[in-house]
Design a binder for this molecule. Structure first.
Ligand SMILES: [Zn+2]
Length: 238
């Protein structure tokens, strides 16, 4: 009796187990790094500001939003065991980070000035910090991508959602969420850490559910056949 098939099967199971363990380890390590950098950033905001350090503190805060956006999107791929060195993955993560940082530009738009004193003394929170609005924008981009069969646009809907939610979540530690017409209380630290860690996993699952559901219905009703392999960019019309 040959033991070779049994050994091959056991080796495959071991390989899969090691792979899953490695993915979990990388996920936990990057999540911890995100939380650590975010908390360091919050400590920066408590430093007494003067004319010299005020711009550095503001810039660091915006860069930290970008850092969190970049790695949160990377974690969406990592949670699927998707290779993260691919050009498209890094490009999308960069766009997510850039969008997360760019949200703070609404302070400048609302103040109509680059003066930090004007920017930090606005009477109300600027429009891109309205979570109801950014959720609406995200859903609109997601739906447009699906209706127009444009997977790049659809993926950007998820990227925009990730960038805006991670940005608002961090701001909510100090000010709560602005869910127009309501404003919540500041988010407790434990809820912030839990949400930031769980978000990429939940986002990745939602992406798969929406894509598979929509593609199944779409191919049934319109006789179009799409092949869905994984997250962004892997949908093909055949
Ligand atoms: Zn902000």
């Amino acid at each position: 009796m040959s033991y070779e098939p049994v050994m091959t099967c056991m080796a495959n199971i071991c390989c899969k187990y090691v792979n899953v363990l490695a993915i979990q380890l990388i996920y936990v390590s990057i999540s911890s790094l995100i939380v650590f950098i975010s908390l360091i950033g919050d400590q920066l905001l408590t430093i007494k500001r003067n004319a010299i350090n005020a711009y550095i503190i503001a810039l660091s805060d915006t860069l930290i939003h970008g850092f969190i956006g970049f790695f949160s999107w990377l974690l969406v791929y990592i949670s699927k065991g998707h290779p993260v060195c691919e050009h498209i993955v890094l490009m999308e993560s960069f766009i997510c980070g850039l969008t997360a940082s760019a949200i703070d530009l609404d302070h400048v738009l609302a103040a109509r000035s680059f003066d930090l004193n004007d920017i930090s003394h606005l009477p109300n929170r600027p429009f891109l910090h309205n979570t109801s609005l950014t959720l609406l924008i995200s859903v609109s981009i997601l739906a447009t991508g699906l209706i127009r069969h444009n997977w790049m646009v659809h993926t950007y809907g998820w990227i925009f959602l990730t960038a805006s939610l991670t940005h608002h979540l961090r701001d909510a530690l100090r000010h709560g969420f602005w869910l127009y017409p309501f404003t919540t209380k500041p988010v407790p630290l434990w809820a912030y850490v839990l949400s930031l860690t769980a978000y990429p996993l939940v986002c990745s699952l939602l992406m798969d559910i929406v894509a598979k559901e929509w593609l199944e219905r779409h191919s049934m009703s319109n006789h179009l056949n799409f092949k869905y392999k994984s997250v962004s960019g892997d949908v093909q019309e055949v």
